[in-house]
Design a protein around this ligand. Sequence first.
Ligand code: UDP
Ligand code: MG
Length: 311
Amino acid sequence: MKGLLSVIVPAYNEEAALPASAAAITEALEGAGIPFELIYVDDGSKDGTWPLIQKLSAADPRIRGVSFSRNFGKDPAIFAGLSRAAGDCCAVMDCDLQHPPQVLPEMYRLWQSGWQVVEGVKAERGRESPLYRLCAGLFYAVISRTAGLDMRRSSDFRLLDREVMDTLLSIPEREVFFRGLSSWVGFKRTAVEFSVAERVAGASKWSIAALFRYAVSSVTSFSSAPLHIATALGCVLLPLTALLAVIMLASGGASAGWLTLFAVLDLLAAGCLLVCMGILGLYVARILRQVNGRPKYIIAEECGVRHEKAV
Ligand code: UDP
Ligand code: MG
């Protein structure tokens, strides 16, 4: 089908939001006369998400489903959707309607006029708790400084041309960071603004621990700056302690004051060393996961009719 749009929606415990999501996406695209398939990727949900996807798929041949063997995370779910998509382009969006489907026709028209990546940019960030806002602000500051990705207003809501989809699928990285990688690949890009809506039903799936893991994975996949910072710290501490040793020796030896200062510095240096080893460990762990070569996700079940990919 020429101009087919594959809408990819990762879903984790979204039984409450799914019916509204399917109805709103279908209505927006039908209304605009856009040919589409809707792919829900059930990321190992523990509620009735998967049976509901199967039901929706049985009722509408444009809806398909992929179900993971367990929870692998949103980014692997997006990549599973990409691998299953038959469209000439795809749109990635959340299941809770925080990414408004009404923006899809505008994104699609921009794609038709030649743009290969249409990013959904948040006009404003919607309602967030102060703690979430603080952590998100910190994360965006680190990632924009270290990896040069301006993510403050960016989102996973984006439309990609088939060429971009195939490029993303050809990247052999195991631990994928969709937002970063889909910016990193380049291509002809434009953006549309959207207002983040309230979640239609259910609750956010991100715990602080999950956000922290996400932040670490994103920074280590895009930047080696933390390693350089560790080196710089060593370069500062070493001459400083050497200078202090010289001053101490020149001033006539180990008085109680000097010994206390050295004990404090020792503890400080040991703490810095452990932090630096921890940073190094994060990169080593990432290399290990890559070398292990385990898949990004495991698909347990699929449902729906698969379109033939246009050639
Ligand atoms: N999601 C997922 N796997 C997860 C966590 C979330 O597939 O482990 C999906 C979720 O179902 C939703 C999207 O990712 O479609 C965004 O999640 P959420 O709305 O909880 O995030 P927030 O909007 O609070 O950042
Ligand atoms: Mg949400």
